[in-house]
Design a binder for this molecule. Structure first.
Ligand SMILES: Cc1ncc(COP(=O)(O)O)c(CNc2co[nH]c2=O)c1O
Length: 405
């Protein structure tokens, strides 16, 4: 059954506002998604009904806040098919999750070890590993992309060796939209006894994730990419790997005993969650997942695929427009460049028409250099976008071109 997009849009108050006197056409979903009323209500309800600090509370509000906070963890664990909810570590987002893992890896790597990443990385999943290799004397290796923006899987397999200690790769490229065959690549890396991390920032909003099916050791994502609040994210880790992972931050919540001279650490998940957590953010993220789960993942994918297909068709009909990233398997991301126009100018002129896209290097500077472009203009679609909005995007591009001529 197809999605009732009109009914979905009614649940997003922001989509009914105007910008520059024009109806908002929000096509920047790879940067962050908008929030349904259900998420807004969950945040309001928390702060008006049971705001308190969690764990070891001595009063009703703290107990209620703790119940909702840990229920949120359970919701996330079910959504990603974690084997146990202690594998779900709350973070501030994908970036922190990857840093937490890289901090541990850096302590274990030695000279001669190799870390494998790809040419399509977001800086969060590249600079982290660069620094881990610099700190440890390990070698960073980069798997190339093909001309269509897909990953060169032959080179991936060729670069894997007995020296490969760690592989980190994106589920989906934020700049190109490429969906990587992470299950196949993870299996190949595990066959070499490498640990595997998936940068899942762009993966979670397009249907449920199954971390056990993927077979990776870590999967990180951000709440704001899946209709949840900013400032909350998840690092999932396989329990057997995560339970002894090097401590990332120290302080309250994560200790077992403390003396003036030393301390011992608590159990998962608390040992990797120092300080007062983002309680509201966790509850808001669970509300987002519960909201999303009411829609069939296949219907979401079909809808976004239809939007991308129409956008690609119109792009191919637009003189002087070059699509950047046209892998066979993509989510609803259309990166493009326009002859004679800087991406920033395109974004500026579209904004004046109420159309929100993102321009620049998308935190993937090495990728832009590899593609020999200064940056791109990127439209990214979500469950609440419509075919009319795709048409408005290309009407807007035509107007922008006339203004730039
Ligand atoms: C693939 C990928 N990895 C990591 C991150 C970092 O996520 P954060 O910790 O929540 O910031 C992003 C954010 N990507 C984008 C943020 O804005 N435009 C984008 O394309 C991403 O797309």
């Amino acid at each position: 059954m197809s999605l009732n997009v009109a009914q979905i849009r009614e649940q997003f108050p922001i989509l009914h506002r105007q910008v520059h006197g024009k109806p908002l056409v929000y096509l920047d979903n790879a940067a962050t998604t908008q929030k349904p009323q259900a998420v807004i209500n969950a945040l309001t309800d928390y702060y008006t009904q049971c705001n308190a600090n969690v764990h070891r509370g001595a009063h009703y509000l703290s107990d209620e806040a703790t119940r909702r906070y840990e229920a949120a963890r359970k919701t996330v664990a079910e959504y990603i098919n974690a084997s146990r909810q202690e594998e779900v570590i709350w973070t501030s987002g994908t970036t922190e999750g990857i840093n937490l893992v890289a901090n541990g890896v850096a302590q274990r790597l030695k000279t001669g070890d190799e870390v494998l990443v790809t040419e399509m990385e977001h800086h969060a999943n590249l600079v982290t590993w660069q620094q881990a290799c610099k700190r440890s004397g390990a070698t960073l290796k980069v798997v190339p992309i093909n001309e269509d923006g897909s990953l060169n899987t032959e080179q991936f397999h060729a670069l894997l060796s007995e020296n490969t200690a760690f592989v980190s790769m994106p589920h989906i490229s934020n700049a190109l939209g490429t969906i990587n065959p992470i299950k196949e690549l993870t299996a190949a890396a595990k066959a070499k006894d490498a640990l595997v991390m998936i940068d899942g920032a762009q993966g979670v909003a397009h249907g449920a994730i199954d971390v056990q099916d993927i077979g990776c050791d870590f999967y990180a994502f951000s709440g704001h990419k899946v209709f949840g609040p900013t400032g909350i994210g998840v690092l999932w880790g396989c329990y057997e790997v995560l339970k002894d992972w090097p401590i990332w931050l120290v302080g309250g919540e994560m200790i077992a005993t403390v003396s003036y001279q030393d301390a011992t650490w608590g159990e998962l998940p608390n040992r990797l969650e120092a300080g007062t957590p983002n309680i509201a953010g966790a509850i808001g993220l669970a509300a987002a997942i519960n909201w999303l789960r009411q829609y069939d993942a296949a219907d979401i994918l079909a809808h976004e695929t239809a939007l991308l297909a129409r956008a690609t068709q119109l792009a191919e009909q637009t003189d002087g427009l070059t699509i950047v990233g046209h892998a066979a398997k993509k989510i609803g991301v259309l990166s493009f460049i326009l002859d004679g126009a800087h991406p920033a100018d395109i974004g500026f002129l579209l904004d004046k028409q109420g159309i929100a896209i993102r321009t620049g290097d998308h935190c993937a500077q090495p990728l832009m250099k590899r593609l020999n472009v200064p940056g791109t203009a990127r439209a990214s679609f979500s469950i609440y976008n419509t075919l009319d909005e795709v048409e408005m995007l290309f009407e807007g591009i035509k107007k922008a071109r006339l203004m730039l001529a």
